[in-house]
Structures are given as C-alpha cells and as structure tokens.
Design a protein around this ligand. Structure first.
Ligand SMILES: Nc1ncnc2c1ncn2[C@@H]1O[C@H](COP(=O)(O)OP(=O)(O)O)[C@@H](O)[C@H]1O
Ligand SMILES: [Mg+2]
Length: 222
C-alpha cells in the first residue's frame, strides 16, 4: 500500500544544507496501523507529508498503491491523493471563513459526494460535535478544532489516513474516543492508518511502531 526506497530530504539553510530525512525504507501493507513516534524536530511531520504526496523528497521513491508518486507532476499527484489519501494536519488547517459543518462538507462537495451534507453531519456527530455545526474555527477550542479536522478526514473514507498527532490537543477521554473511531475505521473499512503521535496509549493500539531519530527510522519491538 505504501512503500519508500531510500527516501531523503534536504533543505537549504543559512549555513549550508539540513538533511531532514536520511534514507527511509518503509513498507506498509493495506489495513495496517502504524505509529511513528520520536522527539520533536526529528522529521516525523516531514515524512508524513512526503508519504501523502503533499511534498516532494530530494531523492528516493514513494509508492502509493503501486504508483511511484515522486516522478508525477502536481496535477497527477493530486489525482492520486484525492483517490487514496486523507490527512489530519498537526495545526488542523481549517478554513476560518467556513463553519464546522462547511469545513467538513467542502472536500466532499469537491469530490462530488452525492450526500455531502448528510455525510458531514454524520461524521461531526461521531466526533462528538453535533452541537457545533455553526461554530467558526475561532469560536472552537483547540480540541474541538482538532475534532472538526478529524471529521473532515474521516468523512472522505479514503483508503489511507495520515494523521499528525491526532490526539495532541485532546484530554484523555476525548483522545480515547477519537482513537476508538480511528480503529473502528481501520477494522470496518480496512483503512490503512499512519499516525504520528506522542500518545503512548494510541501508539500501542497500532499493529507496528516506528521510532524517528534525527531523520532515521527504526521499527520498535512491540
Ligand atoms: N522547509 C524547511 N526548512 C528548513 N527546516 C525545516 C523545514 N521543514 C522542516 N524543517 C526542520 O526539519 C526538522 C524536522 O521537522 P519536522 O518534520 O516538523 O519534525 P517533527 O514533526 O518530528 O517535530 C526540524 O528541525 C525543522 O525545523
Ligand atoms: Mg511534527
């Protein structure tokens, strides 16, 4: 489902070049749930963005469902993304001019989902925000914004879900409910989960865990 070969990423900085990813080799099967843990600044978000085709690595290969995406132009990569991927950003990336319901509906409408509004209502309900449809992001707490972002990602029911610290802003009880939802999708729809997380309870529910250390990835014995 997801495979990388010698994935490297470097960015120019004032005093030279910073190597963020140092030759990542990863193979994730359909329906697996993967946790990526590691210190802040180790490269976890960078890797997730690359795997989802949101950014292009300096070198190496990324295969999503057999398609090598690093060689594609933005238009083709975007087509692969919309077919295969949904993403929950660390900073949510909700649109401030749209209310909660509209934020969840927007990608469904773009994808011509036949029942965008009903689908959005259902998934806002599942994350416990049935009472917050008309709230704008600035009128929601960090945890509530995170749940809107999760509802938006869940509603598209893509085969692969990437989530960057999906429970980072949630209390233990709400975080547990969100995790239940993630693993329900994993079980019922066979959704492949790739989660960056500091939440040990969440990481331990995954089938495999990887540790990122300064741009190098190692699988942990669990
Ligand atoms: N575009 C960029 N330019 C320069 N440095 C970057 C850029 N993107 C990320 N970094 C640096 O790369 C490192 C890894 O970042 P990131 O992937 O966000 O780490 P994590 O998600 O593990 O906290 C950090 O030191 C960060 O400052
Ligand atoms: Mg990060």
């Amino acid at each position: 489902m997801i495979k990388t070969e010698q994935l490297q990423h470097q960015v120019p900085v004032t005093d030279g070049v910073l190597t963020i990813l140092k030759g990542i080799n990863l193979s994730i099967k359909r329906g697996e749930s993967i946790a990526i843990v590691g210190a802040s600044g180790s490269g976890k978000s960078t890797l997730l963005g690359m795997l989802a085709g949101l950014d292009t690595p300096s070198s190496g290969k990324i295969l999503l469902d057999g398609t090598e995406i690093t060689q594609l132009d933005e238009e083709k990569r975007s087509a692969v993304r919309s077919k295969l991927v949904s993403f929950v950003f660390q900073n949510f990336q909700l649109l401030s001019s749209l209310n909660a319901l509209e934020n969840v509906m927007l990608p469904l409408e773009v994808a011509n989902h036949p029942q965008a509004k009903q689908q959005a209502i259902e998934f806002l309900g599942r994350v416990g925000l049935a009472e917050r449809h008309t709230h704008f992001p600035r009128q929601l707490s960090g945890g509530e914004q995170q749940r809107v972002a999760l509802a938006r990602a869940f509603a598209s029911q893509a085969p692969i879900l990437f989530a960057d610290e999906p429970t980072g802003n949630l209390d233990t009880v709400t975080g547990g409910k969100v995790a239940d939802l993630l693993f329900a999708m994993n079980k019922e729809a066979g959704t492949t989960l790739v989660l960056v997380t500091h939440d040990r309870a969440l990481a331990q529910r995954c089938t495999r865990q990887y540790l990122m250390t300064a741009g190098e990835l190692a699988e942990l014995d669990t």
